[in-house]
Design a protein around this ligand. Structure first.
Ligand code: SAH
Length: 563
C-alpha cells in the first residue's frame, strides 16, 4: 500500500556542472533537507556521484524524488529502462539549469505536480504542468496531502474524468486543501468528494478520501499482527488506508513489529512507560484481545505519537575514498540524524547537513560511545557509528555488540541494529599492490592496548611459522615505539630476508603511498600508525612486465611440502 505523502525533504537535486549549482542551491533553500548531488570531479556539493545514469537509476529504484538540472531528454533516457517495472514511482522533474523551466515528468500521483509548483514558486516561473485534471482544477484530486489517502486510484481516475466531462460535485467533510482548487461545485450535485475513515462501498459518483485517523494499539507482538489488525479494521467497516500507525510499547519493539508496520503501510510508533497516547481520540474500540483501535476525529499527526523505532547502523567507511564506500553505508549516512565516532573518521564521513548532529569523541572511549549510540537510538534517532575500513575489523562493531551483550536495559534489544561492511585497510592496500593476500593470510593488530604483548608474540610466532601472509594493523604509535621491531624479529626468524613486504600509507586517501620492499630492508622508521604492513609468505612474488607497474601477488596454489 503506497503512502501518498508530500514530503520532499529527502529529494535529490542532481547537477552535472557548476553552471547549475546556483539554481540547485535556490531549490535546496525551498526544500530543507534535500541534498545537491554533483558529478565528482566537476563540481563540489553535498553528495558526489561518478556515473549519472547509474546514480539516477539508483535514486529512482530507492523511491527518492529526483530534481535533475539537465535536459529532460537525458533524464528520460537514463530512467526509461526502469519504467517497465510497475512499482512505486517517485516524482521525477527536469529543471532548466538557469531555473527558467520546471517540468514534472513522472510521479503525478506521488506529488510531482505539487513539487513542480513548489519549485516554480521558488524560482519565480510557471511550472510546465501537463496533467489535465490538475490544469482544470488547480489540484490533483488523486493526490491528497500527508495524513490523507485516496480510497481507490482507478476509481479516482474515472471520477476525475467525469468532472472533466462536465459533472459537478459536492464536498463532504473538511478538506482544506480543496479550498484553493477551482472545482465545479454544486450543493446538490450527484457526485461527491467525501472524507471518511470508512471503506468505500463502490459508489461510482463518490470519491472517498480517508483521513489517517486510526491507531492500532497493541500491548505486545503476538501471532499474526497484520491479519489481526486488518480483521479488526474490516469488522468495523474502517478502510485499511485510514490506519495512521501501529503503536506498541517501546519494550516490544523488534524486527517483526517493523515488518508488520511496513506490511500495513504505516509507521511504527513506540510508547515508553509514562508516554501518554494523545491522539485526539473520539472512540476506542477493543477489537480483540490483542488489538485496540483508537479513532480520532481527523488525520493524526503521527509525530506526536510516541517515537519511531530507532536505528543504529555501524558502518565502515572503507579506506577513505568516496567511491570505495558501500552504497548501503552512504544511505545510512544520508538518513542519519546522529553520527558518532572518532573525530577523524566522523570528519571523513562528512560533510553533514545542519539537521544532523555530529558527536565526535576521543578514540579510547569505545564502550562509552557504543552506549551513547544505543541511548540515542532508543529515543528514536537514526544513529550511525563510523569506523574506518570495515567496522568488524579492529573497530566499533565488536564494541557495539559487547555493549549490547552486557546491557542492563533490555529495550536496547529493540533497536534496529545493522552492521554495514566496508573495505578494510589490508584489502585496500593489497588491491593497490596487486594480490599479496591471494592465498591464506592472517590479520593481526600489533596494538597491546587491549591485549597482552605476550599474546601478540605468541600469535606472531605461530602465524609466521605457518607461512601465512601477514597483515599488521596498528603497527606502531608514539606510545608503542618498540613493539614493531620486536614483531619483525620474530617474523625474520621464520622468513627469508628477500620476503616481499608491502607498506601502504593513507591508502585511498589524499597523499596515499605504496612501497614494496624486502623484509631485510624493512625498518620501523618506514612505518607509522597510518601504515598497513603486509608481509608476504614464502610464495609471494613481485614482477614488472614491460611498462607495467610493479605488481605483487601470492599465487592461489601452494607446493606440496612432502614432494
Ligand atoms: N577498521 C579498520 C582498521 C582500524 S585499525 C579497517 O578495517 O581498515 C587502524 C589501523 O588500520 C591503522 O593503524 C593502519 O594500520 C590501518 N589503516 C587504516 N586505514 C588505513 C589506510 N587508509 N591506509 C593504510 N592503513 C590504514
Amino acid at each position: 500500500m503506497a503512502r501518498l505523502e508530500h514530503d520532499f525533504g529527502h529529494a535529490a537535486i542532481v547537477i552535472l556542472g557548476t553552471g547549475a549549482l546556483a539554481t540547485a542551491r535556490r531549490i535546496q533553500s525551498a526544500l530543507p533537507g534535500a541534498q545537491v548531488h554533483a558529478l565528482a570531479g566537476r563540481v563540489e556539493a553535498d553528495i558526489a556521484y561518478s556515473d549519472l545514469t547509474g546514480h539516477l537509476r539508483d535514486l529512482y529504484a530507492r523511491n527518492v524524488p529526483i530534481i535533475a538540472l539537465c535536459a529532460a531528454g537525458i533524464l528520460i533516457r537514463c530512467i526509461a529502462p526502469l519504467l517497465a517495472h510497475k512499482g512505486s514511482e517517485p516524482p521525477v522533474l527536469a529543471v532548466a539549469e538557469d531555473g527558467s523551466a520546471v517540468v514534472p515528468l513522472l510521479g503525478g500521483l506521488t506529488g510531482a505536480n505539487v513539487l513542480a509548483r513548489q519549485l516554480a514558486t521558488a524560482l519565480e516561473v510557471a511550472p510546465a504542468i501537463t496533467t489535465s485534471g490538475e490544469l482544470r482544477f488547480g489540484t490533483c484530486l488523486l493526490n491528497p496531502p500527508v495524513g490523507y489517502a485516496l480510497a481507490d486510484l482507478d476509481h479516482g481516475k474515472r471520477f476525475v474524468s467525469d468532472l472533466l466531462a462536465g459533472a459537478s460535485t459536492r464536498v463532504e467533510g473538511e478538506m482544506p486543501w480543496l479550498a484553493a482548487a477551482s472545482l465545479p461545485l454544486q450543493a446538490d450535485a450527484a457526485h461527491a468528494i467525501t472524507l471518511s475513515p470508512y471503506a468505500w462501498q463502490g459508489e461510482r459518483r463518490q470519491l472517498v478520501i480517508h483521513p489517517r485517523c486510526v491507531l492500532a494499539v497493541l500491548d505486545r507482538m503476538d501471532g499474526d499482527v497484520v491479519a489481526h489488525i486488518q480483521a479488526a479494521l474490516a469488522a468495523h467497516g474502517l478502510a485499511p488506508q485510514a490506519l495512521a500507525a501501529l503503536v506498541l510499547p517501546l519494550a516490544q519493539a523488534c524486527n517483526a513489529a517493523s515488518a508488520a508496520a511496513q506490511a500495513l503501510g504505516v509507521p511504527l510508533r513506540l510508547l515508553d512507560a509514562g508516554d501518554v497516547l494523545e491522539s485526539g481520540t473520539d472512540q476506542v474500540i477493543k477489537a480483540d484481545a490483542a488489538v485496540t483501535l483508537h479513532i480520532a476525529h481527523g488525520a493524526i499527526d503521527i509525530h506526536r505519537i510516541g517515537r519511531p523505532r530507532g536505528r543504529l547502523s555501524v558502518i565502515g567507511l572503507g579506506p577513505g575514498r568516496a567511491d570505495l564506500l558501500a552504497p548501503a553505508a552512504r544511505r545510512a549516512l544520508d538518513e542519519a540524524t546522529d553520527v558518532l565516532g572518532y573525530d577523524t573518521y566522523v570528519k571523513m564521513a562528512g560533510p553533514f547537513r545542519a539537521d544532523q548532529t555530529v558527536h565526535g569523541s576521543d578514540n579510547r572511549e569505545e564502550l562509552q560511545r557504543a552506549r551513547h549510540a544505543f541511548e540515542l537510538a532508543l529515543a528514536g534517532r537514526r544513529v550511525v557509528m563510523v569506523s574506518s575500513g570495515d567496522p568488524g575489523v579492529f573497530a566499533m562493531a565488536a564494541a557495539v555488540l559487547e555493549a549490547l551483550d552486557g546491557a542492563d536495559d533490555v529495550r536496547w534489544g529493540g533497536v534496529e541494529l545493522d552492521i554495514i561492511p566496508g573495505i578494510s585497510a589490508a584489502l585496500a592496500t593489497a588491491a593497490v599492490a596487486g594480490a599479496p593476500l591471494g592465498h591464506d593470510f592472517c590479520m593481526l593488530s600489533l596494538s597491546d592496548n587491549l591485549k597482552p604483548w605476550a599474546v601478540i608474540e605468541q600469535r606472531l610466532e605461530h602465524a609466521a611459522a605457518a607461512d601465512l601472509a601477514l597483515a599488521f594493523y596498528n603497527p606502531i604509535s608514539r606510545a608503542r615505539p618498540w613493539q614493531l621491531e620486536r614483531a619483525l624479529e620474530i617474523v625474520r626468524g621464520h622468513r627469508r630476508p628477500e620476503t616481499v613486504v608491502v607498506l601502504g600509507r593513507d591508502i585511498g586517501r589524499p597523499g596515499g603511498t605504496l612501497r614494496t620492499l624486502t623484509l631485510a630492508e624493512l625498518q620501523a622508521s618506514h612505518v607509522d600508525m597510518r601504515t598497513m604492513v603486509l608481509i608476504g609468505s614464502s610464495m609471494t612474488r613481485r614482477f614488472q612486465l614491460g611498462h607495467s607497474p610493479e605488481w605483487t601477488y601470492t599465487p592461489r596454489w601452494y607446493p606440496n611440502p612432502d614432494a
